[in-house]
Ligand binder design. Structure first.
Ligand SMILES: [Mg+2]
Length: 475
């Protein structure tokens, strides 16, 4: 049976929803974005695009180009709601759906094309159902595979419906630029152009991938195949990860709150990093404790806003720990100090200002003193921290916003993630984690695991604090 894949893509999704919900906006340029001084356009309506406004553009620039536009703050809950409705409509057609973001999905419609007069009729039917249910217009593309379906949906936007039929794959994409090939970013594009490859047809002319190897190395085969319209990737039904957690069973039972504190920091660090790596955020933080008599206790807390941030996960874990062990004590706000790198260097547990949580209302308890970690009832064998209630952070647009309050910590996290992937984990660990890996009481074992240049003349923790400051102050 011939495979048929459909790609559906809402047209100017956020802006279209605003025009749907506010009839007075219809026919006018609507720009959805973060409205602060450094905000960015998330979506521009087609009316706004005629003025040259496009997504990811600084809002200040958009206002120069389109001063009379209607500028609105995004309403993600509403977009999510409509996205769910659209998903339900798609389920009327096939259960094989791979969502890519709030407004895009692949559908494997192989088994249902026979119910319609052909792929065009099927595309029309889905477009009509989405319009009936939501009032929104989508573009759809159909083809023998994912790559072609996605190209097709983009060929006639907005309100597009393009089918790339079997046998026409190479012809229909021959004149598209090579940057449209999945995975070809600016650098690969540049190298291909140096080889004289500008359009799909330039690559299609090659009998094998061989001549691409000098320019793109081991990507040659994939690029050559895609340019010829070959793509075997299946539509992957969303198998949602339910939770992200780390736990450890200890060789020697733990009893010392200072060590337990370091362990909680370590788990929060690992879990936050894994969440960010997968583009996920979670609403619920839980901890699991198993004592030396094998009694196991878990406790969880739902946050008002989903997070992928280490500090929030750590602070919540401490709160839960203290709830289990009866040591919870709201602190006197005078004792609160902002987290400083000096305290990290000393490896001490310091009270931390809960800036993010306070703003987001995640924690009704305004501040709590993390320097008081309650004694465990009994020695522990196992400790773990898990974040669940996951949602995909999938909206690229969301990340572009200047949200003011938690931007600096998110920026720091992403800078740290990047450095960590470059230099290895030990190079940038915060003080407590450094301590975990190198011994308590300032004793530094396994120093050789650090990068040599950090060893030379700089204390690695100083390097860490310098990084901390520059990341926070980066424009
Ligand atoms: Mg779209």
């Amino acid at each position: 049976m011939r495979r048929w894949i459909m790609h559906v893509d809402m047209d100017a999704f956020y802006a279209s929803v605003e025009q749907l919900d506010h009839p007075e906006y219809r026919g006018h340029p609507v720009i959805v974005g973060g409205l602060s001084a450094r905000g960015v356009v998330a979506t521009a309506s087609y009316e706004a695009r005629t003025f040259g406004v496009h997504s990811a553009m600084p809002l200040s620039r958009a206002k120069q180009l389109c001063p009379h536009g209607i500028y609105v703050w995004p309403r993600f809950d509403r977009y999510k709601e409509l996205s769910n409705t659209i998903h339900k409509v798609m389920e009327e057609f096939t259960p094989i759906i791979e969502p890519l973001s709030l407004d895009e999905a692949f559908l494997d419609v192989t088994g249902i094309t026979h119910k319609y007069a052909g792929p065009v009729a099927l595309g029309k039917a889905i477009k009509r159902r989405v319009l009936e249910e939501t009032g929104l217009i989508i573009s759809a593309g159909l083809g023998p595979n994912k790559f072609l379906a996605k190209l097709a949906s983009d060929l006639d936007k907005p309100d597009g419906l393009v089918v790339i039929p079997y046998g026409k794959e190479m012809d229909m994409i021959a004149n598209l630029p090579i940057k449209r090939i999945w995975g070809v970013g600016p650098r690969t594009e540049q190298r291909l152009k140096e080889g004289g490859f500008h359009k799909m047809k330039d690559i299609q002319a090659l009998a094998t991938e061989h001549d691409l190897i000098p320019y793109v190395g081991n990507q040659a085969r994939r690029i050559w195949e895609l340019a010829r319209g070959i793509d075997e990737r299946p539509v992957e039904v969303d198998r949602q990860v339910q939770s992200v957690g780390n736990e450890e069973t200890y060789e020697v039972d733990l009893l010392d709150p200072a060590i337990i504190d370091v362990e909680l920091r370590y788990f929060a660090n690992r879990v936050a990093k894994r969440l960010r790596k997968q583009g996920l955020k979670g609403h619920t933080v839980s901890i699991k404790v198993r004592y030396n008599d094998f009694k196991t206790v878990s406790k969880q807390k739902r946050l008002a806003a989903a997070t992928d941030q280490e500090t929030i996960i750590y602070e919540t874990a401490v709160l839960l720990w203290n709830k289990i062990h009866g040591g919870y004590k709201p602190s006197d706000s005078k004792s609160m100090r902002p987290m400083n790198t000096e305290s990290l260097q000393q490896g001490r547990t310091q009270p931390i200002m809960m800036d993010n949580m306070e703003v987001m209302g995640a924690m009704p308890e305004k501040h709590f003193d993390t320097s008081i970690l309650a004694l465990p009832h009994k020695p522990l064998r196992l400790l773990g921290v898990t974040v669940s209630g996951l949602s995909e952070d999938g909206l690229v647009q969301d990340n572009l916003f200047t949200s003011g309050h938690d931007e600096s910590s998110e920026k720091l996290s992403s800078v740290l993630d990047e450095l960590e992937s470059k230099f290895g984990r030990t190079a940038i660990m915060s003080g407590a984690l450094w301590q975990r890996e190198n011994g308590f009481g300032g004793e530094r074992r396994h120093r050789s695991t650090l990068k040599a240049h950090l060893d030379e003349d700089k204390d690695p923790l100083e390097a860490n604090s310098a990084l901390h400051n520059s990341a926070l102050h980066e424009e």
